[in-house]
Structures are given as C-alpha cells and as structure tokens.
Design a protein around this ligand. Structure first.
Ligand code: AMP
Ligand code: MG
Length: 425
C-alpha cells in the first residue's frame, strides 16, 4: 500500500491545489487496491458480483450441431441447380433425444428446433417452405442454401475457451452464460462494505423539526442510492455532529468496519469545522482543489484502525457536487476496490441545443436532457440553473454533459460528450 506522499511523487505535475479530473482518477487508481478475498456463490446469488477468475467453458455450447428451425433436415449435396428436390421423410427427430435411424440418399428427416442434426445432414428447410406429397416433400428452388438453419457445435462457446473474464461484473446475460455451461457456482470477490455519513451542524436528519439556517440531509440518500446500485454493502452512519469526539468516534468505527468511507461536507477551503482536522489527525489524507465544476474540494486518503484500513473519500457538501464527484471519481475507484476491471463510462455524443459558456482549464459537468429530435439526431439541452445545490437538476437530467478540461465555449449545434445516467443515477 502506497502512502499519499509516495503516490504524489509518482504523478507528474501533481498539484493538490489544481488537480485535473484525469489526474484524480490516476491518483485513485494507485491508492485503491482490490479487496482480493473471494467466495463461491450460487448463480442466483451472483448478480452484480465481480468475477474473481476467468470462467473457462468445460463444455461446448451447443454440444451438438442442431436445427435452428422446425423443418426437414437433408444433405444439401443432393440439390441440383435448377431443380426442386423431392425427398422421402423417414422419421422425426425431437429436441432432447438423438434420432437413431439412418438417412439415405433421396431421404430426409423431419426435425424440431434444437434437435441434434444426424451425421451426413447439413441443412434444414423450414416446414412452411415445403410442399408435402404423401410420404414425400418437395423443396422448391431457392428457399434454402447449403448449411442453412443449422447451429454448429460450439458456435456459442467451444470447450476450453474463456467464456468470462476475471473482473467482469455479472449481469443478467453473464448469469445465463454461466448456467449454460452447467456451472452451479462461480467464484466472486467478497462484497465490499462502504460506510457513509454526512457532516455539518446545519444538517438536519429526517424527523427533526425544520429550523432557521438548517437544511435536511439529502446526501446520505443519494449516496445510499448510488452505492446500492453499484452493488456494495452499505453502512449508514447518519449525520455526525461537528464535534471532535463525535467525528473521531465515527471515523474510527467506519474504518474498523468498512472497506471505504464516504463523507460529505466540511472539506471546502473556508470550513471552520473539525472534519478536515479529524481526517488529518486520524489518517493519511490529501486535501485537493480539483479543476472541475461542480465539486472543487475533495479529501482522499486512508484511515487505519484496528489493524485494517479504509479508503476515505471526503466529498464536498453541495448535493450536486456529491453526485458528480461520486460518478466521476468514487464510482470507478470503488469498482476497482471491488475487483472489477475499470471501465470508463461510454460517453454518447449529442448536438448541443444551446450555447454553453465554458472556461478552458477545468472539467465541467452540466446536467443535460438528451432527446432524439424530429430529424433523428441526438440533441442535448441543459436543465437550466446549474447551481451545485440544485438537486432537482439531477432528477430532471438523464445525463451529464461533460465539458472536458481543455474545451472552451460551446456553440449551438456543436457536438458534446454526455455521460448517460441509465441505471446508475
Ligand atoms: P460544505 O462543503 O460543508 O461547505 O457544504 C456546502 C453546502 O452543502 C452547504 O450549503 C451545506 O449546507 C450543503 N450540505 C452539506 N451537507 C449536506 C447534506 N448532507 N445534505 C444537503 N446539503 C448539504
Ligand atoms: Mg460545512
């Protein structure tokens, strides 16, 4: 495990007072190490878990050549150019059992979808294409070519081939693929536990009466939602008062029980409170000003307690800044902690329906609404007020317009990148 100082020394041009968004991710990739421990879980319990090994296919899927249609299987070598083919039907092959007989020249076999193709037969003509004449069928000209409607042994996966790679998060398709290999369990990384709490004396918990100058805590709820969708175990620690003893107890408790700690509030420049001081006292922590908007201040590091350590993400307090810094930095870092292969979100390109003011030298994340216009082009407009406290903008948006570090003003019709929310926010 590297210290903050060691990582800082490795990164060219590291300036904690003006860090680019890319640099933040470079830093976090060095700070965060995968949990490592694994467990075997049943396929139904593996949804959202991260695979801890390559899954090599023990069998070929499908295990035999088989029919892709209900129809008649025959040897296409018998087809003569310009002539319909007349064949005698000698039996029926059903899915699930091999057909035992032999099919000679001039013969064919009625065959159901999924049934094994007997040796020597390579083509299936669908039922609806043939004319039946008593015991015979006539395959008209041009309805099938050699090899049509036959699925080949191993066309999905060959025995010995890697079906899934370590680090892959198992989604519905992957669960099905594992099951198709006949594997009842998979080895996954143990679940990561993330503790989170809000700080600030002006923050009210739900159920407390409103009072002047105070706001209800929203960050714990957005963080809860983001973490739950990521598939980690959550540990909600409430709102922690701005008192050294309360903060110390919370940080120690979190570090003892969790793999990562997320706090919100108390890390900005002008903070008169104790959060930063306690982070500094208990951990190896860097305090940054990131060249981004929203979300400039952030604390990152590690807190050790009872012989183990937890990664700390001290997020800013503003509700939109919390979500944006989570999506831009915390989420990829946690994926790494979970053992996953880091995958940058696929940015979609859309035409901006409005002019956007943007200063080069920082990354901006504007809340965007992407629609397909009448001409079929993806266009994006902002939700309006981009204040970092305007949480309703995150609800209206379906993605974040990412205006990159070096980018300047955007004119109407310019193409911009959008990080879509689908399933994440
Ligand atoms: P701070 O980063 O502590 O200076 O907070 C910045 C702004 O975010 C202030 O207006 C806080 O009141 C607000 N804020 C901080 N924490 C929360 C929270 N948990 N829920 C809602 N607003 C918050
Ligand atoms: Mg504060």
């Amino acid at each position: 495990m590297k210290t903050i100082e060691q990582i800082a020394a490795e990164l060219q041009g590291y300036d904690p007072q003006a860090l680019s968004a890319d640099r933040v991710n470079d830093f976090l990739a060095r700070l965060v190490e995968p949990v490592g421990q694994t467990e075997d879980v049943a396929v139904f319990d593996a949804l959202g878990r991260v695979l801890a090994h390559d899954v090599v296919s023990p069998i070929s899927v499908p295990p035999h050549d088989n029919s892709a249609m209900d129809g008649f299987a025959f040897d296409s070598a018998q087809q003569q150019p310009g002539q319909p083919l007349r064949l005698r039907v000698v039996g029926t092959a059903f899915a699930g059992k091999a057909w035992a007989g032999a099919v000679a020249a001039g013969e064919c076999l009625k065959i159901m979808t999924g049934a094994i193709m007997p040796p020597g037969l390579d083509t299936v003509v669908p039922l609806e294409f043939v004319k039946t004449e008593g015991e015979h069928i006539v395959v008209p000209l041009g309805v099938v070519g050699a090899g049509d409607n036959r699925r080949l042994l191993g066309e999905d996966l060959m025995a010995g081939q890697a079906a899934l790679r370590q680090g892959q998060t198992l989604g519905p398709a992957a669960l099905g693929l594992v099951a198709s290999l006949g594997l009842p369990t998979v080895r996954v990384f143990r679940r990561v536990r993330v503790a989170y709490f809000s700080t600030g004396d002006e923050i009210l918990s739900l159920g407390e009466p409103a009072r002047e100058g105070a706001v209800y805590d929203s960050n714990r709820y957005t963080v809860f939602g983001l973490l739950t969708r990521l598939g980690v175990e959550v540990m909600d620690m409430g709102v922690v008062r701005d008192e050294p003893a309360a903060l110390e107890a919370a940080f120690r408790d979190a570090a003892r029980q969790a793999d990562a700690i997320i706090t919100s509030g108390g890390v900005s420049m002008g903070e008169a409170d104790h959060t930063k001081a306690m982070m500094k006292q208990l951990g190896d922590v860097a305090f940054w000003r990131i060249a981004m908007r929203p979300g400039r201040p952030m604390a990152v590091g590690r807190i050790e307690e009872a012989g183990k350590s937890a990664v700390l993400f001290g997020l800013p307090g503003n509700p939109v800044a919390v979500m944006v810094t989570f999506l831009a930095f915390v989420r990829p870092a946690l994926q790494r902690l979970m053992g996953g292969t880091a995958s940058a979100p696929v940015l979609l390109q859309a035409r901006s329906a409005e002019a956007l003011r943007k200063k080069p030298g920082r990354t901006e994340y504007q809340r965007g609404i992407v629609v397909r216009d009448a001409a079929g082009t993806l266009t994006v407009r902002t939700t309006g007020n981009q204040g970092s406290g305007v949480l309703s903008s995150m609800v209206q948006a379906n993605g974040l317009i990412v205006l990159h570090h070096g980018q300047g003003n955007v004119a109407v019709g310019d193409v911009v990148d959008v990080m879509m929310f689908d399933g994440v926010v």
